[in-house]
Design a binder for this molecule. Sequence first.
Ligand code: ADP
Length: 650
Amino acid sequence: MAWGGGGGGGAMFGPSAPSSSGQAGLPFGGIPEELMEEATKLYATEPEHAKATLPFAQRPSAKERERLTLAQLLRAYPRWVISGSALVIVISLLLQAGPLLTEYAISHGMEHHKSLRVIVSCAVLYLLIAFVSVYFQRQQVNVTGKLSSRVMHDLRIRVFTQLQRLSLDFFTEEKAGVLMSRMTSDIENLQQFIQDGVSQFALQGLTMLVITVILFLTNVTLAAWTVLLVVPLLVAFSVWYHRASEKGYLLARDRIATVLADLSESLYGIRVVTAHNRQRRNIRNHRHVVGAYRDANAYTGRVNAIYGPSTLMIGILGQGVLLGIGGHMVLAHQLNVPQLIVFFLYLNRFFAPIQLLVQQYTTLQQGRSSIIRLRELLDTTPTVDELPYAPDLPTIEGRITFEHVEFGYLSGHPVLRDVNLEIMPGESVAFVGPTGAGKSTMAKLANRFYDPTSGRVLLDGIDVKTVSLRSLRSQLGVVPQEPFLFAGSIRTNVSFGAPGATDEEIETAVDVVGLRDLVSRLPLGLDTPVHERGQTLSAGERQQLALARAFLAKPRVLILDEATSSLDLQSEIVIERALDRLLEGRSAILIAHRLTTAQRADRIVVIDDGGIVEMGTPDELLALGGAYAVMYDAWLASGGRDASRATDEV
Ligand code: ADP
């Protein structure tokens, strides 16, 4: 436990201590005097986590690009793997000492010499070996436990890093719940598999091998009969089971992902669900997806139910036949009784691992299907990819050029066709036009959320495809239509794009967007906790907070997707003012849903049906009497002028 130089009476704790909750923006009133001693004791036993070094690069490293396999995961920890394997070998050998000692006690202590000393020695040795083997088994469980938790820790980070790296189209296509299930149930399955499955498989497999050798050493004829009678049947059954259960488990993985996706969607959209009385229908739908998952599980259950008892039956039948053959051999003096007994003791042990393997096979199959699903996720390459060693974009003035840009989300369905546009440094350009015309798509191309199918997007004459994504996006500020709040305080949310911002800078940003009044009214001020689901802030306040975020990040270019309508007049005025401050000296693309905003821009671009239909200053477009003039007249007729006058007067 690291103790910082707290000075005075108040000790400072390390990274996991209460002081960090203050940093995370949660209210923390300090530890009461009477609890200090207990808390000190508690923190003294807290593990110290090393500071994570995060080598996040847009491109996966060569190691990360390697296909995900179990061997690849385990290779990172050779020491654990070697000691685990050595323990498995030792245990599988030790476990077979019992019948040998029994045979020795019978033949040397009872049959020929009748020596109590031999019998007692065998019994003591038997116990000793049992104790040693229990000790080794404990060690082995320990080692595999550590190994699996480390491997899983690495894998979780690898999957999360991949998710952070993937392009936006991936997330629009893949449901959040499905991704959550990759991170939760798939990874847990794999952990279970590495913890129990792999070592049990190795142990039981090895045990079968050792026993086969011992069976042959005990009596070749009987051993040969065993292999001939039992093994072909077992192999045939196992091949069938492997195929059937893999199909079942993959189906189950997909269906649990659907269950989780449905669950998360219903929870996330609970307000809309309630408002539209969709509860009953949602329950019916959930019953359907849960039912499909149950069916998949029932299928694997049926397959297991056939395989488990069948292998048991094969074992019993085999033993019955072998008893006949063995008995006949004893009568023919080809075998003595202790040899037959020891053969049967080992034969029993030959079948026991098969039963255990059958049980473990479930874990194996689940682990395998999880690896397959995780591999698919890790193999996905971002569609918006950085060139290898892409240089950083130098500090730009803010000239944005669209050069013969064509784009469609789905091939064969173009959304933008041959768009040409130049936005000068410091100029604010409003995109207006009907919903679905392609306004947001233009903005998404500017900061490379997507790449054009053909044509280029340039910033200060540099193709955005040629520079590092990090340097590109650090100079572009995006204020989305529906700002997202992260769990934390207002402070951490405002400084999201500039985590090193000083208190003073944060205060200024809050002032500029007009949030000062709200913050001073809150009991904890900037440290008041907010989070996305809490909906503690009104739509307007969330918009202001997003503007403050953009202001603090000081981007050269601002892309603002204006909130449509949810703002009252007062908030609208506040936001207009905030915008004026925010746009000072910056180039900006404003996706304007309200013409008040469009009218304030330096230039208006009217987009319709995937192309630019009109372009000019607000006055020019009004004088032109084209599409914009029509929209403007309609807006005036619907009372828009009152709003704009009110704005101007304030
Ligand atoms: P606007 O901002 O002008 O309202 P958008 O640029 O958002 O319009 O959308 C333009 C067209 O592209 C619309 O027809 C819309 O349905 C389609 N579109 C938008 N986003 C996606 C997406 N992620 N996948 C497929 N189509 C999309």
